[in-house]
Design a protein around this ligand. Structure first.
Ligand code: 3PG
Length: 306
């Protein structure tokens, strides 16, 4: 059985060693394709793979067409918008994710980004504190819950909106449920996004939603760049010089943000919420174990395609 680990943005070495241990203990072979720069390299590597572990790597119809022996793709992470699920199903391939495994890493980065923003990007001027401020968590899944837990340690007042999460779940965490996104943005000067990129959420963070955020607003996005309506965010930041945008997913209009808002915009060069040794180990081992469980027991617990 050949398991391909295809990561354009590689895991920490310690995580790769752990993945290898799980795969080889099952008697399978691990093939590594890291830091590839060309899709052709991926198309070549998938030819005889029975399983693939990926991160944000794009697995589209062309990849499935090339992967004649493929039975399973595991996205070592939460969001699977990078995998063409329909093509997977057409090719009889099971797609899974590893929910929750990297969420603490992302949540820690979120709080780091809020500190960076309210301390004026560490430029030496007097900023503000997080204690006592209202934090709005937009979508209350695994990452949102971890953000709430850490934010409470900072003494923040935590609110959340999630159309699919029961109020009792938030209340049990000491988080105040809010009935709509609009009310969340009106109430909270600090907002953290945790929405998946779906047809419904794409471009949904728009001018109308953001314009009513209280003074000294900070928007942190560690979710997906697609959920932001970039031209409307630019318009809003142009109108409001108290508004900051911090993200680890570089917007398509990155250079425009840099030019227009040099002191109120920051993006990491690569998505780095899940870039910790711990998150790599957790998600990597989970992915490898899910593959072994799939082949040995037919387990499809984390399947995301029909
Ligand atoms: C996820 O969906 O799990 C995160 O966005 C992390 O993505 P990455 O594995 O590409 O860093």
């Amino acid at each position: 059985m050949k398991v391909l680990l295809a990561t354009e943005k590689p895991f920490a070495k310690i995580a790769v060693d752990d993945i290898r241990r799980v795969i080889e203990s099952a008697g399978y072979e691990l093939i590594l394709l890291e830091k590839y720069t060309d899709k052709a390299q991926l198309l070549d590597a998938v030819k005889d793979a029975n399983a693939i572990i990926i991160r944000s790597d794009i697995i589209d119809k062309e990849v499935f067409d090339a992967a004649k022996e493929l039975k399973i793709v595991v996205r070592a992470g939460a969001g699977y918008d990078n995998v063409d699920l329909e093509a997977a199903t057409e090719h009889g391939v099971c797609v899974m994710n590893t929910p929750g495994q990297n969420s603490n890493a992302v949540a820690e980065l979120v709080l780091g980004m809020f500190v960076y923003a309210v301390r004026n990007f560490f430029n030496g001027t007097s900023g503000t504190e997080l204690r006592g401020k209202k934090l709005g968590i937009h979508a209350y899944g695994n990452v949102g819950r971890n953000v709430a837990r850490i934010a409470k340690g900072f003494g923040m007042d935590v609110y959340a909106y999630d159309a699919f999460c029961p109020n009792e779940v938030m209340e049990a965490d000491g988080v105040k449920p809010i009935a709509s996104a609009k009310e969340l943005y009106e109430a909270c000067s600090l907002i953290s996004l945790h929405l998946p990129a779906t047809p419904e959420t794409k471009n949904s963070i728009n001018y109308d939603l953001l314009k009513d955020m209280p003074k000294n607003a900070v928007l942190v996005n560690t979710a997906r760049k697609e959920v932001i309506n970039e031209s409307e965010l630019i318009r809003l930041m142009d109108e409001r010089n108290d508004f900051k945008y911090i993200t680890d997913i570089m917007p398509a209009a990155h250079m425009k943000f840099v030019e227009l808002f040099p002191t109120r915009y920051f993006s990491t060069p690569k998505k780095m919420g899940a870039q910790t040794a711990e998150a790599n180990i957790n998600a990597g081992i989970a992915a490898a174990e899910q593959i072994v469980d799939f082949f040995t027991n037919g387990c499809e617990k984390f399947r995301v395609n029909k």
